[in-house]
Design a protein around this ligand. Sequence first.
Ligand code: NAP
Length: 490
Amino acid sequence: MNNENNRRDLRFVIIGAGMAGILAGIKLREAGYDNFTIYEKADRIGGTWRENTYPGLTCDVPSHSYTYSFAPNPDWSRHLPPGPEVQAYFAKVTAEYKLADSIRFNEEIVSCVFEDGQWQLKSASGIEDRADFVIGATGVLHHPKFPQIPGADSFEGALFHSAQWDHSVPLDGKRIGVIGNGSTGVQIISALASRAQKLCHFQRTAQWIMPVENPEFSEAEKQAFREDAELLHRMQNDETLNANIERFTQAIVDPESEAMQQIEAYVKSNLENSVTDPELRERLRPNYRAACKRLIYSPDYYQAIQHPNAQLVTDGIECIEPQGVRTKDGVLHELDVIVFATGFHADRFMRPMNVVGRDGVALNHVWSVRPTAYMAVSIPDFPNLFMLNGPNGPVGNFSLIEIAELQWNYISQLIEKVAGGECREVSASREALAQFDRERIAAARKTIFGTGCNSWYLDAEGVPATWPWSRSRFAEEMQAPKLEAFELVS
Ligand code: NAP
């Protein structure tokens, strides 16, 4: 078979039609691969931006940075875009690139098994497919984590997880309790403080809050972006923002750096200057280092929690009763609505799908200690399967779109090895992953994430599961795969 035929015949399956799956579809088509299907378990594209619809949902990464490099958007309404606008952006890009025909909605892939040199896939509804390549674009934060609080079933009001918001439940003038103060809980409090009759924020661990401004783009600015592609390009590739992100990732890597001291100084002065009541200020003061948990960027949380209707509850939760939440000091906080803003199982990735590689090796088994992947994209013995935003990738307060694009650049070069006829199967070697893991884990323990707080960044053994080096090192690695780290099977 000549190379052109080989390219045409290769079949791809992409799992997930969120930000990364849409990217993969666009990039495959651009490279001349038309034989692909994107399977999506839900009825619409969007991933996390489809699932999360809570009041106050905002992308805390600047809008022009949270944009595909090839699909600039002059119409972002604000510096930090509202969630529905991000969802609409992905829908618009999907339409512009005519991807919808390649997506099969309401089809959850439940099994993905490597047999006879191809991936055999099955969906929950019984559809079967075969592919030469599988791209796992299943996201990170999409399995809601429910707290084990006794009595939750007995609550007589409405109770739901932040990622499963029940919009039929009235909020105005109601007594609302929000459990959890991660990026989600904080945004919900900001949105509801002036709407609720009483808003209880149940805080188990205080959070450092980075102040941020969120101005609107004026009509004149948006018009200028529409008319001047160069201006829009500069906005999207803002040098100051990029330098700040680089500095931020260096601060994460070196907790003693001047950059980290600066971050600490910012969040401390935000707390000092924004909270007037000294008693409340102390209850809001974390006892661990800034950025150990994912930093919360909020223009208005401190104002919201000082609103007369709002109340910070720091006595631990004893149980949930029919009328509300009882805390350990014996107080019953009577409520109409309880929201679990309690985060996600962040270690699932492609699971619960049954993924089985060469010689019957199950991903669940390979990942029994911790999910891991060479350079965050490839797993030994799982040939021609690549992940976007998979385990050990960079996470933090920056755009995961950029991360996925860099990963695609890397993955596409591995795909070309097969398309060009150099081999039939490609995956990281066991040795390469073992060495990567050793170095990654040693470095991860020294990052700010490993300085003694609890967060979703930590794996089951308490090791940060993240990329532990700088953004520029990641970008460099993603320029081209080091082929000696891969097993190419003819
Ligand atoms: P999270 O950061 O994991 O926070 C979960 C919160 O729930 C924590 O405050 C945790 O307290 C609390 N919690 C969990 N179980 C509890 C229990 N049994 N009792 C009391 N409190 C409990 O989850 P998230 O806020 O949904 O955010 C997850 C991630 O989503 C973020 O870090 C971010 O990456 C992403 N996100 C991004 C944006 C954005 O704008 N880009 C917005 C929202 C979310 P402890 O701290 O004590 O564990």
